[in-house]
Design a binder for this molecule. Structure first.
Ligand SMILES: CC(C)(COP(=O)(O)OP(=O)(O)OC[C@H]1O[C@@H](n2cnc3c(N)ncnc32)[C@H](O)[C@@H]1OP(=O)(O)O)[C@@H](O)C(=O)NCCC(=O)NCCS
Length: 196
């Protein structure tokens, strides 16, 4: 197994070289989805993004983003899209949204995904962010302690059969379980990202 080096990708616009490498990585790992526009926007618009790259022998082998978010009191009434920030009120609890996570096909099953998640959690710990949310395969994220069924709603309504894919992990089990709705920065507020 090659030596893996995990390092931050600085917030702010990706350099042309970074953009080309990240776009190629995601195209290889997600051939049926184009996540690069989201990644580009997150880098351009979210100042305190936790974006980590895994390098193996000088090439980009994996990448993950943890987006700073907050858990807000849930506004009353039904909704069909993201909750406008003006409608959320109350004491906000810091949290993070994990995703996307990606490992190059030729480097999968070498522990890189796990190492990226661990490194992100270490960084969040240092920022005193205790709650992490993800929309992803429970068979994978369950291996990393994520569980479905939290009392925090996703930023946009999910298809019913994705309920189990909305998962939570706490870095501080002594804290009370959070309640509310996850409020995310603008690039994540597109309902199309939360449905099939
Ligand atoms: C999912 C992904 C990030 C895992 O990265 P990785 O570096 O291969 O992960 P790790 O090496 O830490 O863990 C590999 C283990 O997870 C398992 N695994 C990978 N994807 C899985 C899934 N969707 N469900 C269950 N187990 C999964 C592998 O079978 C392997 O199991 P093993 O250790 O028993 O052999 C990577 O496969 C990937 O980028 N896939 C395509 C994109 C994707 O689906 N990303 C989001 C995940 S919902």
């Amino acid at each position: 197994m090659p030596e893996i080096d995990i390092a931050p990708l600085a917030s702010g616009p990706l350099t042309p070289v970074e953009a080309a490498e990240v776009e190629a990585l995601y195209a290889a790992a997600f051939p049926n989805e184009d996540l690069f526009p989201l990644i580009r926007r997150l880098h351009e618009e979210v100042s305190d993004l936790v974006s980590l790259k895994a390098m193996a022998e000088g090439t980009l082998a994996g990448h993950v983003i943890f987006t700073p978010s907050t858990i807000e009191a849930r506004p009353a009434g039904p909704r069909s899209g993201p909750v406008p920030e003006t409608e959320t009120a109350g004491r906000a609890t810091p949290a993070a949204l994990l995703g996307p996570l990606c490992v190059a096909p030729e480097h999968q099953r070498q522990g890189i995904g796990a190492a990226l998640i661990r490194a992100g959690h270490d960084k969040l710990n240092s920022l005193e962010v205790a709650h992490v949310f993800v929309l992803g395969d429970p068979a994978y994220y369950g291996r990393h302690g994520f569980v479905p069924g939290s009392n925090v709603e996703p930023p946009c309504p999910l298809p019913e059969h994705w309920r189990e894919a909305w998962q939570w992990f706490t870095l501080d089990p002594k804290l009370p379980a959070p309640h509310g709705i996850l409020t995310v920065p603008e690039p994540w507020r597109d309902p199309a990202l939360w449905t099939e």
